[in-house]
Design a protein around this ligand. Structure first.
Ligand code: AMP
Length: 428
């Protein structure tokens, strides 16, 4: 017999882990609503060109990690699974003429992303992100608002010591001058550059600054930094972003080597790291301003900023510090029966309670009552509803498994009694 496994780089989220994700998704959705972001969905796959254009062909995400879908003969369009949500959201912004909506348009997506990367700890081929985008606001206040929202997410999720790394990467006015200087600097040191970095120097010199090669460390430290080459407008924008963050009491660390190697990115760039984990290339999340992207995907020039926070890495961070990722809620009550064979009565009573919005499990196996109650206690149900001969008079036994008490309750009052108990014990 063949034995099947989930594909490499993917994993099944078993119920306990799924509950952890659901909790994070709940926090993300709640924050999005509080900050005025409206949830939407985009397809899990797009025309590959949306990513090739929208993320940039000379990036790892597109060059090496794009999860391409083999074209079908009858439909030869080239598709790829989404490696991130920004490009798809911006594609949707243009397609649906959202520039006519009241600006900025604040949108959010929570869901799985796909990158055909080499799997390792904290790096999967299918992973989850909370993505938020504010399109149509040139900032700087919205930049600070987005960063503060991201930081609040980690605080509410319970991840300790999350640090904001912040930089400005200039714009089309000042970056070309800086890039020429950076390129000249690395060209002067070309003899010291590893093969891969030499190639990057031609395609995208900014990317040398986030090189993972240890031999690059000293060269990078001595390289010219964009923060020293900002034009007046970018400098003013950056100063204002920092002033807004200061005023909100959001701490950050300036990180001059933090870059986004794509032309459409501008000005504000930020990442979230666990303090002390900055060197491990394991950002919890990141984002930035992408003032050129809407135009690049066929819309009119529109400033925008957003972030993508990885949920998998938040759960890993929580596990690392020994924090509970989530608690699965046990059923409020188990419907049990004195007559093991009478599944009809048990199912009927359970349906009645479920119709009232209560979370109950019903014992459908023809087991002895003592065994039924044992299981109910083990799964931490608060109550057992025991069906016996009393049902003929319209009554059931309600056993409080935590207190060990039991009393007769009319069936017509049962849902109300349980609901009241659920409320006071915050069950179900
Ligand atoms: P990026 O778009 O690469 O800046 O990714 C944003 C966030 O998504 C990262 O900070 C990670 O938390 C998460 N992320 C990116 N790629 C992966 C991956 N392959 N596996 C798990 N999480 C990822």
């Amino acid at each position: 017999m063949p034995s099947y496994k989930s594909p490499r780089g993917t994993r099944d989220l078993l119920p306990e882990t799924r509950a952890g994700f659901s909790r994070l998704e709940g926090i993300a959705r709640s924050l999005a609503a509080r900050y005025g972001y409206r949830e939407m969905e985009i397809p899990l796959f797009e025309q590959a060109a949306v990513f090739e254009r929208g993320i940039g062909a000379a990036t790892d995400v597109v060059e090496k990690e794009l999860f391409r879908i083999a074209p079908r003969t009858e439909d030869s369009e080239a598709w790829a699974l989404r490696p991130e949500a920004t490009a798809g959201i911006v594609r949707a912004f243009v397609q649906h003429g959202m520039h006519t909506w009241s600006q900025p348009v604040k949108l959010t997506v929570v869901g799985p992303m796909f990158r055909y990367d080499r799997p390792q700890a904290g790096r999967y081929r299918q992973f989850w992100q909370w993505d938020a985008e504010a399109i149509g606001d040139a900032g700087p206040a919205v930049d600070a608002e987005v960063i503060e929202m991201g930081r609040r997410f980690y605080a509410e999720a319970g991840v300790p010591d999350v640090q904001v790394l912040l930089n400005s990467i200039g714009d089309s006015a000042c970056r070309p001058v800086y890039l020429a200087r950076l390129k000249a600097y690395f060209a002067d040191h070309s003899a010291e550059l590893p093969e891969l970095e030499l190639r990057r120097l031609e395609l995208n010199p900014l990317r040398l600054l986030d090189s993972k090669d240890p031999s690059m460390k000293a060269l990078i430290a001595a390289a010219p930094m964009i923060s020293d080459h900002l034009c007046e407008a970018c400098e003013a924008h950056f100063t204002a972003v920092k002033a807004h963050l200061d005023a909100m009491g959001v701490p950050y660390r300036l990180e001059p080597t933090l870059v986004r190697g794509l032309d459409y990115y501008a000005r504000t760039a930020f990442e979230f790291y666990r303090q002390g984990a900055e060197g491990q290339q394991q950002a919890l999340g990141g984002g930035g301003r992408y003032d050129g992207l809407v135009e690049l995907l066929g819309g009119r020039a529109t400033p925008a900023i957003g972030f993508a926070l990885g949920l998998d890495r938040v759960l890993l961070a929580l596990a690392e510090v020994g924090a509970d990722a989530a608690v699965e809620v046990p059923p409020l009550a188990v419907v049990a029966g004195a007559d093991p064979a009478d599944t009809v009565s048990r199912l009927r009573v359970a349906a009645l309670l479920r119709a009232e919005g209560l979370s109950v499990r019903v014992e459908l196996a023809p087991r002895k009552l003592s065994r039924q109650l044992e299981t109910a206690s083990k799964e931490h149900a608060h109550f057992a509803v025991i069906i016996g001969d009393e049902l003929a008079e319209g009554n059931v036994q309600l056993k409080d498994l935590e207190a060990g008490t039991q009393r007769l309750v009319p069936l017509v009052d049962l849902a109300r009694e349980l609901a009241r108990a659920a409320k006071s014990h915050r069950h179900g």
